[in-house]
Write a protein that binds this ligand. Structure first.
Ligand SMILES: [Zn+2]
Length: 506
């Protein structure tokens, strides 16, 4: 028996990265891409190169750095988008251009202000242009589920004829329900016979909590590619969650008769890495990757599992890479131990990064007896953030007391030069953020501020995450320090770094 192969198209770095408050630098993106390659995804959608110079750079880095996987870039159906996408991915082992245009009347009328005939023409021309640059082209009909099925079929048929090897039918607004969506996909197969010669893909959003169910219905109707994201990240309520899709296909393989190329034991590691770098926590009861997904609380269940695991467990926790060794390092641990612990957590550090991480590790280990996996994950992500800092906090001073207005001074380094800023106003945190604004010449508005201790104990590391609005857009910054004031100032500077890379601060 040969099960049909389902291709896993991961869009964590494109659709996922569009979630509010996620700002990944190119080093963090590459780290995630390398882990996705180890996980065994077939296609990594690395970004939307025309959207910003930072995005272009991130895609380019992944294209030349990730191996054994197709690297895909998104492009609207516009000449310059398609050419820019190609420029960003042309160094990849296996490049793919993904171009899209809306096919629903509501989008045509209000957003594109074009007729059906015009959109059909544009779709043809853009697929042809993409094909002239790249052998592997994917075409998406945006808002497909709210499009007229007959018109959609004519656009899809034209895209296949122009050479698109993958046709994506997205539920852009998360409106579909499984039985209807399965029928919709079957109908397109009937209307467009050429679809059987290409990969038919779906991209489902989770607005009604049905993204995974809809994707599964599409697979049963003949789709062979699923677009999904780690931890279900993505616009609004997110995309179909990769780990759920994969584990459904694996756990129910006997009935569904489909397989993927995913190495499921890498799932937990990937989920934690993505959660750590994006700042998006995973809910404890999330299927597959939630902290409690395999925890049995009821006495009856515990009793059953102890007697025979399969009484209450449909999956083995080890099959998704949980419950492997608990890493604990101490101040006598060497560089090699640190390196292999980092690798076990999914971080592949270069020699320079490792050297810096080792210095920081020693500093922490001197204060704490045990350095755990959690400490190390935070440490590794701090190293990655530092790599792309343009503005760097060199020093700061805050004076505050119960009967005076706080005053702050900061020194920030940029390209070897020094910027200084001062502020005397508000609370002590506010005054330091204002001093940073003054030094950098930005006007930031603090939208969110979170502090948490990474591990227990008075000497624990503090991690601060801020979201700062600059020029109408939100940028996140995260920083780690043993001192919370320092972590706050660094996090704020980092958010401005992200705004700078997006071209909002100069
Ligand atoms: Zn989407």
């Amino acid at each position: 028996m040969n099960s049909e192969r389902i291709y896993i198209f991961d869009t964590t770095l494109r659709d996922g990265e569009q979630s509010p408050g996620i700002s990944l630098n190119s080093f963090e993106k590459l780290e995630i891409a390398e882990q996705l390659a180890r996980l065994g995804v077939d296609i990594i959608e690395a970004g939307f190169p025309v959207s910003s110079p930072g995005d272009f750079e991130g895609v380019q880095k992944i294209a030349s750095g990730a191996s054994g996987v197709t690297v895909c870039a998104l492009a609207r159906a516009i000449d310059n988008d398609v050419k820019t996408a190609w420029d960003a991915i042309k160094e990849a082992e296996r490049p793919r251009i993904h171009t899209f245009i809306s096919t629903s009347d509501v989008h045509l009328r209000h957003q594109l202000r074009k007729t059906r005939a015009e959109v059909l023409e544009i779709a043809k021309r853009m697929v042809a242009l993409a094909r002239s640059l790249c052998d592997d082209v994917e075409f998406s009909a945006m808002d497909a589920t709210r499009s007229d099925p007959g018109y959609l079929a004519s656009v899809l048929a034209a895209a296949v004829e122009e050479g698109a090897g993958t046709i994506n039918i997205p539920d852009t607004v998360g409106y579909a329900i499984p039985s209807e969506f399965g029928g919709f996909i079957r109908e397109q197969f009937k209307r467009v016979p050429a679809l059987k010669d290409v990969a038919v893909s779906v991209h489902c959003h989770n607005d009604l909590g049905l993204a995974v169910a809809n994707s599964l219905a599409a697979v049963e109707a003949g789709a062979t590619q699923i677009e999904c994201a780690i931890n279900g990240l993505g616009e609004r309520a997110g995309n179909a969650s990769l780990e759920e899709i994969v584990m459904i296909l694996q756990t129910r393989q006997a009935g569904l008769d489909r397989i993927t190329g995913i190495n499921t034991t890498e799932i937990t590691r990937t989920s934690r890495l993505v959660s750590q770098l994006t700042g998006y926590d995973v809910q404890p009861n999330k299927a597959i990757v939630g902290r409690n997904a395999f925890a049995h609380e009821s006495g009856i269940h515990q009793d059953g599992v102890l007697k025979e695991r399969t009484t209450y467990e449909i999956m083995n926790a080890a099959s998704v890479g949980r419950g492997q060794s608990d890493i604990v390092l101490g101040k006598h641990s060497g560089r090699h131990a640190l390196k292999s612990a980092m690798e076990e957590l999914g971080y592949k550090l270069s020699d320079d990064e490792l050297n810096q991480a080792f210095i920081d590790f020693k500093r922490i280990a001197d204060k704490k007896k045990k350095v755990t996996a959690v400490d190390l994950e935070h440490l590794a992500s701090e190293e990655l953030r530092e790599l792309s800092d343009i503005f760097e906090l060199k020093s700061y001073r805050v004076s505050a007391s119960s009967d005076s207005i706080p005053a702050s001074d900061v020194v920030i380094e940029k390209d070897g030069g020094r910027l200084t800023g001062r502020s005397e106003s508000g609370g002590s945190m506010e005054s330091i953020f204002k001093a940073i604004d003054n030094a950098v010449g930005a006007k930031g508005k603090l939208k969110d501020y979170q502090v948490r201790s990474v591990t227990e104990g008075k000497d624990s590391l503090g991690e601060v995450r801020v979201v700062v609005e600059v020029g109408g857009n939100a940028y996140a910054g995260t920083a780690l320090s043993i001192d919370v004031v320092e972590a706050s100032a660094k996090a704020y500077v980092r958010a401005l770094n992200n705004a700078y890379r997006a071209g909002v601060v100069n």
